[in-house]
Design a protein around this ligand. Structure first.
Ligand code: GDP
Length: 526
């Protein structure tokens, strides 16, 4: 623990994910951040599908079609002495359990909200996973250059829908065509949107009364006067800035801005880096935690990207480093099998500045090439550390398909494939309670496509899938089970541990059930 160089490296790490609903502006913000960090030279390079820049590293067919690329799974850059890791949380059709699991590997999250739309469905789901972990959540309300909802209204929605205190770090002065700037409460300055319309200075410091100099042109503007009143109101009625609450994920600092016009993003980044946590100690199965300053290497697999190249059948296991220093070629133990593994074929996600010493420590992510040894949730460790990190949670699936082998003569490969893919965490498996038909569950459509593709390519098993649509899955206690409770609107099933659950057709069916059987407790996975 007493290795000053390691300690210093760990202290510089900031590892986070951006969570948002599709189209809120996650890609645009990510690009801005990478630009500030010097990791890219031009905006428009993050998503392969827009430019084709990453075409070479797209391995899997599905990946190619969708333009997902492993290089954008983790993005690293240096900024003001910090080494920043951004973990991508795929959305749209690429939304999957991996998206959720990625949130297990970060130390904080930035939630991006479209100022015209407010809290949307996917933001809410991702937020809940982050909230459960009790890690800091920062909010960026985007698209201020367009007419959106009233800032107060947005904060209110945030508090109500997400049940978290909010603290505005800055406050918009106008919006849309009338956007003049940000009243930066935290940094005690006004940041002008179009400084060229004034005297060219972007930042105007506030005096002790929280005002810009009376002779500044903006000072006469009605909208500025209105903001002063709103800020006064916030001070009186709002919650106080509380570092401890932020650290525990009970208060979210809120920033406003416009990613497209590169306004407010740098302010957000700089303030975020002041408060975002460094790598934390990770809990093991025994309940103890391993310090990030521990000198022996350890980490856990939070995501497996499979079958990148059909010719080689290779996969990549993403490992979050929890302690020690990664060195190429090092020997580690895979805890689950107690097997010795050599970490030689490894992708690092280093910033593109060659002079950087490419060392990976706690907080960093490495991608280990794998021929089928690793599973999601696996721990690897060096030497005598002998740790097993806490199991990753399972997430309640929302989409379901009935599956069967197309060729009845090939049941064996069907079963082998399905059980291995379930083990690996690629998909969740259920059976109807009485008839033992196979049902697979996922949180996103892509998981089904990957499943079907891998069954065929890796297990030579052609599967027939019959969509059941979205369902609400709720587990019940085995002692509450009564087969007569099952109907077409609430299908009784069992999971792979033989635990009973219902697949409800919709909210209405679930409420009807809850009314009819008030004593039966309905539980989710997370
Ligand atoms: P993602 O799906 O969350 O990654 O969103 P993108 O970053 O791809 O943005 C979705 C759309 O919103 C794109 O057309 C962007 O150009 C646009 N957009 C992003 N940020 C802003 C913004 O600050 N203002 C405006 N007007 N449009 C934006």
């Amino acid at each position: 623990m007493n290795n000053p160089k390691l300690n210093e490296q760990v202290d510089a790490r900031r590892t986070f994910a951006i969570i948002s609903h599709p189209d809120a502006g996650k890609t645009t913000i990510t690009e801005q951040l990478l630009l500030f960090g010097g990791a890219i030279r031009q905006a428009g390079t993050v998503k392969g599908k827009k430019t084709g820049n990453f075409a070479k590293s797209d391995w899997m067919e599905i990946e190619k079609q969708r333009g997902i690329s492993v290089t954008s799974s983790v993005m690293q850059f240096d900024y003001e002495g910090k080494r920043v890791n951004i973990l991508d949380t795929p959305g749209h059709e690429d939304f999957s359990e991996d998206t959720y699991r990625t949130l297990m590997a970060v130390d904080s999250a930035v939630m991006v909200i479209d100022s015209a739309k407010g809290i949307e469905a996917q933001t809410k789901k991702l937020f809940q996973v982050v909230k459960k972990r009790g890690i800091p959540i920062f909010t960026f309300i985007n698209k201020l250059d367009r007419d959106g909802r009233e800032p107060l209204d947005l904060l209110e929605e945030l508090e109500e829908l997400l049940d978290i205190e909010s603290y505005p770090m800055n406050w918009p002065i106008g919006m849309g065509k009338g956007l003049e700037g940000l009243y930066d409460i935290h940094n005690k300055r006004v940041e002008l949107y179009r400084p060229e319309n004034y005297d060219g200075e972007r930042f105007i410091p506030l005096n002790e009364d929280g005002q810009i100099p009376a002779d500044h042109k903006l000072s006469e503007d009605g909208i500025y006067q209105q903001v002063l009143e709103e800020v006064e109101l916030l001070k009186e009625a709002g919650d106080a800035f509380d570092v401890e609450k932020i650290a525990a994920g009970n208060q979210t600092p809120v920033f406003f801005g416009s990613a497209l016009t590169n306004f407010g993003v740098q302010t957000m980044l700089e303030t975020f880096l002041q408060f975002a946590p460094k790598p934390h100690a990770h809990k093991t199965e025994s309940g103890e935690a391993v310090s990030p300053y521990e000198e022996e290497f350890s980490g856990f697999v939070f995501k497996i990207q499979a079958n990148m190249n059909p010719a080689h059948r290779d996969r990549i296991a993403f490992v979050r480093i929890c302690s020690g220093t990664f060195e190429r070629g090092m020997d580690v133990v895979l805890e689950r099998t107690n097997k010795k593994m050599k970490l030689s074929n490894v992708t690092q996600f280093m910033a593109d500045t060659r002079e950087n010493v490419q060392e990976a420590v706690a907080g960093d992510i490495i991608g280990v090439y794998d021929t089928g040894n690793y599973q999601i949730g696996d721990t690897i460790y060096e030497g005598k550390l002998k740790v097993a990190y806490e199991e990753l949670p399972s997430f309640t699936p929302e989409l379901f398909m009935k599956v069967a082998s197309k060729n009845v003569m090939k049941q064996k490969s069907f079963h082998k494939g399905i059980y291995q893919l379930v083990q690996e965490g690629a998909i969740q498996l259920y059976k109807t309670y009485l008839t033992d038909e196979y049902i697979i569950g996922a949180v996103g459509q892509l998981q089904f496509e990957v499943f079907q593709y891998r069954m065929l390519n890796e297990y030579n098993s052609e599967v027939v899938m019959t969509p059941m649509g979205s369902k609400i899955a709720r587990w019940i206690k085995p002692e509450d089970l009564d087969e007569r409770m099952s109907s077409s609107r609430n299908i009784l099933a069992k999971d792979r541990f033989d635990q009973p659950l219902f697949l409800f057709e919709n909210q209405f069916a679930m409420r009807w059930f809850a009314d009819k059987y008030p004593d039966v407790e309905l539980k989710t996975l997370l």
